[in-house]
Design a binder for this molecule. Structure first.
Ligand code: NDP
Length: 386
């Protein structure tokens, strides 16, 4: 057989080193493929194995995220089943319950929510409420003896976060903050590459997350703990922390609130902030509610540059590592972020393991968010207390 010389031996070595796949395909041996699978059984479709035990979930707050992403994602879960709903709108909740096959007896409102304690079908509560309500419904859920997955940002204040952590410890129940990007392969690979030193010493991180937020929206309300840093900036902040594996010590920040746009009566439109890390890394982040939308980060190391377009979206991540003028694009199989996150937490519950992003992880972001707010008010660098 004739062997062709490898035209890209260096590139191939580089790709093997990083784990990236080669995107150019080589034609295989020319054979006539069979035109139909034998016995009409598609050979490449995996038949799921039954699982010994599933975990029952209650979803609290039937807004955009719950209705458009989380509830549909249960169809892709193996271990997690929706068994209860909590909502201030009973008609909507009953309708949603019917769609997902949830017993109407398992529909709660915000007053009788605590009686969920008596429902053995519910193992986990997923809090998907406005940020200002995360603490109350997490603490009540933990006191009801349930494990809680709480949306980001964890809460509005450090004191609230501390109360949530203490409630979990007291109830001996798990508390996880919903950082879905820790459960999808592109961001996980970016973390691995940074930890393995593929980019060398990390000097700079730039991160942007913006969208055009239309009113009315919980994100534009100060009373509901909205704001661009709390909502979209937290992704940049969290990414800077998970890419470096360090805790920032100091922030600077500038906020913009245009006077002629009524959306920004209570919260800023855009915030730019920097984070200083102990090893010398600086992260330069920006977030906005008034832009068409960018969701990306770049890690500039002494040896290589890693960048991710679409970094914070529900899908569409593009991870590229650039080293010695060569680019490796990672061809990874995407997953449904919410399904992966929920099944991960169900596994923690079933195996009695501590989650990757417990309350302390959410608290670290909230400490930085509060420091960023102070820096926007004072115009000075603000230390982040530990
Ligand atoms: P929505 O405004 O669409 O939904 C919030 C829901 O909370 C409402 O529909 C309502 O449900 C309930 N609610 C209870 N009290 C109030 C109140 N006082 N004002 C408004 N709503 C109330 O918000 P989202 O679904 O977009 O966001 C919810 C949470 O999820 C936020 O913390 C946000 O940061 C987070 N999020 C996370 C994302 C991620 O990728 N991880 C993406 C998007 C959001 P009901 O009518 O059933 O009572």
């Amino acid at each position: 057989m004739h062997a062709f010389p490898d035209p890209h031996p260096d590139r191939r070595r580089f790709l093997a080193m990083t784990g990236a796949t080669i995107l150019t395909s080589q034609a295989g041996a020319a054979q006539d493929p069979p035109l139909a699978p034998p016995d009409k059984q598609p050979p490449h479709v995996r038949v799921p194995e039954p699982v010994a035990k599933t975990v029952g979930w209650a979803v609290v707050g039937l807004g955009q995220l719950a209705l458009e992403e989380v509830l549909p994602a249960f169809a892709k879960c193996r271990l997690s089943k929706p068994v209860a709903l909590v909502s201030g709108h009973p008609d909507k909740a009953k309708k949603v319950a019917a769609v997902y096959g949830i017993d109407p007896k398992n529909v709660y409102d915000y007053e009788n929510y605590d009686t969920i304690a008596k429902n053995p079908q519910v193992d986990v509560i997923y809090v998907i409420l406005p940020n200002s309500l995360h603490a109350e419904y997490t603490v009540r859920g933990l006191k009801a003896g349930k494990h809680v997955l709480c949306e980001k940002p964890m809460a509005a204040t450090v004191a609230e976060c501390e109360r949530m952590i203490a409630a979990g410890k007291e109830a001996k129940r798990k508390l996880m903050i919903a950082y879905r990007l820790r459960h999808e392969p592109f961001n996980r690979t970016a973390i691995d590459l940074c930890r393995k030193g593929e980019v060398g010493k990390i000097k700079l991180i730039t991160a942007s997350n913006g969208q055009d937020t239309k009113a009315p929206n919980i994100r534009l309300s100060k009373a509901l703990a909205g704001g661009p840093v709390e909502d979209v900036g937290v992704y940049c902040l969290n990414a800077a922390r998970y890419l470096t594996g360090e805790e920032p010590t100091e922030v600077t920040a500038v906020a913009v609130r245009p006077k002629d746009d009524p959306r920004f009566r209570e919260v800023a439109e855009s915030v730019a902030f920097t984070l200083r890390f102990p090893s010398g890394t600086v992260a330069v982040c920006d977030c906005s509610f008034g832009v068409a939308g960018v969701r990306r980060y770049t890690v500039q190391g002494a040896a290589a540059t890693l960048s991710m377009d679409g970094a914070f979206g529900y899908a569409g991540q593009e991870l590229v590592l650039e080293k010695d003028k060569r680019k490796a694009k990672f061809d990874l199989s995407p997953v449904n972020h919410f399904a992966a996150e929920m099944d991960y937490f169900s596994t923690c519950v079933l195996k009695n393991e501590n989650p990757l992003t417990p309350g302390e992880e959410g608290l670290a972001d909230v400490r930085a968010i509060i420091a960023i707010a102070e820096a926007t008010r004072t115009g000075r660098p603000v230390p982040i207390p530990r």
